[in-house]
Ligand binder design. Structure first.
Ligand code: FES
Length: 97
């Protein structure tokens, strides 16, 4: 194993998990997560920051909000829930120094 370098300065993990409608945990972030992911990718492209900001779509991150999606942020380790498309611009400037 070896490190893949350079590592990103900011890595956003966006849940787009889908569940059966009958699940007691709800439908999952699903389409809401897809929309947040697409908006974050659009913001990264606008900044030409592909190497320094990674955006990755994931399965369940364990929070399962009723609205919006869950986003985990590294290297800070923050986990945000109820994230919607309008929040994307506020997440991208959070570049660690
Ligand atoms: S389904 Fe998105 S955090 Fe669980």
């Amino acid at each position: 194993m070896r490190d893949a370098l350079p590592a990103p300065r900011l890595h956003l993990l966006v849940c787009a998990n889908r569940r059966e409608a009958s699940s007691p945990l709800g439908n999952g972030c699903g389409e809401r997560g897809d929309a947040v992911y697409d908006e974050l990718k659009r913001g990264v492209a606008a900044r030409a920051a592909f190497a320094s900001i990674w955006v990755t779509k994931t399965h369940c991150l364990g929070v399962c909000p009723k609205t919006g999606a869950t986003v985990a942020i590294y290297p800070t380790g923050r986990v945000l829930t109820d994230v919607d498309v309008a929040d994307a611009e506020t997440l991208l400037p959070l570049l660690p120094s």
